[in-house]
Design a protein around this ligand. Structure first.
Ligand code: KIV
Length: 272
């Protein structure tokens, strides 16, 4: 195989750190349910994110804002029951960590206790530093998330590429260093110029995981349903699809309907 792939039985935050040091890229995908997570577990995926993109993919909302902590806990515990090897990271939903750091810690503790996950992820830089520090002080690993932060969609009003202007790029680099110094174990960089992601990656000691941030980041993450071609209406430039499973599912269901209507299913071997 063309990649090094650490031969570990369980991926930890330290394993990801060592992968950055060795220059081995980190592959991460989202999952929200047991069946898909079980398929991921049969691969050598490094990390699985139970993203709050579940609000879009699983629940049909336009934004990630409505999803609740209780809902995230159901998704995350389903995923965790399937995953043996990969690091499982769970998104802290909107409104569960921005208010104050005590609330943030209580939310993170619920996630860790009730799902068995390995780490939490939350969006933002300096403005959420107090929450991050308090969660970290309880021994809970934290992944940061900078650039396009979907929970702030109402502030920005658009999902266009972020940090294209110098002042925003400088702020993002400063935030990345703050998260690194605070003790986060990795940072997601979403939809920012590739050159900026490259610079951030070289200026922080922790792994960067990109989505729409070019190839220089230490790893990549995609939403599973997007890369499998199941969410067909979502086609940003950064998305590469690795299958046409949306079409395949529709084709299979149409075939099933036809077989039922034509009394071709079940056949003699398929009955008692
Ligand atoms: O919620 C999510 O799926 C995410 C990824 C897009 C990084 O945060």
């Amino acid at each position: 195989m063309a990649y090094l792939q650490t031969d570990v039985t369980k991926v930890t935050t330290r394993v990801l750190q060592n992968m950055k040091l060795r220059g081995e890229k980190i592959a991460m995908l989202t999952a929200y349910d047991y069946s898909m997570a079980k398929l991921l577990d049969s691969t050598k995926i490094d990390a699985v994110l139970v993203g709050d993109s579940a609000a879009n993919v699983m629940e049909g909302y336009d934004t990630t804002l409505p999803i609740t902590l209780d809902e995230m806990i159901v998704y995350a515990s389903s995923v965790k029951r399937a995953i043996r090897r990969a690091l499982v990271v769970v998104d802290m939903p909107f409104g569960t960590y921005q208010g104050n750091s005590k609330q943030a810690l209580a939310s993170a503790i619920r996630i860790m206790k009730e799902t068995g996950a390995d780490a939490v992820k939350l969006e933002g830089g300096e403005e959420v530093l107090e929450s991050i520090s308090r969660i970290l002080s309880a021994g809970i690993p934290v992944m940061g998330h900078l650039g396009l932060t979907p929970q702030s969609i109402n502030k920005f009003g658009t999902y266009v590429v972020r940090a294209t202007e110098e002042d925003e790029a400088d702020r993002l680099l400063r935030d990345a260093r703050i998260l690194d110094e605070a003790g986060c174990f990795a940072i997601v960089l979403e939809k920012i110029p590739a050159a900026l992601a490259d610079k951030v990656t070289r200026h922080v000691s922790i792994p960067t995981i990109g989505i729409g941030a070019g190839s220089a980041t230490d790893g990549q993450v995609l939403v599973l349903q997007d890369m499998l071609g199941i969410t067909q209406q979502f086609k940003p430039r950064y998305l590469r699809t690795y299958g046409t499973f949306g079409d395949d599912i529709a084709h299979a269901v149409k075939q099933y309907i036809a077989d039922v209507k034509n009394i071709e299913f079940p056949n003699e071997k398929e009955q008692y």
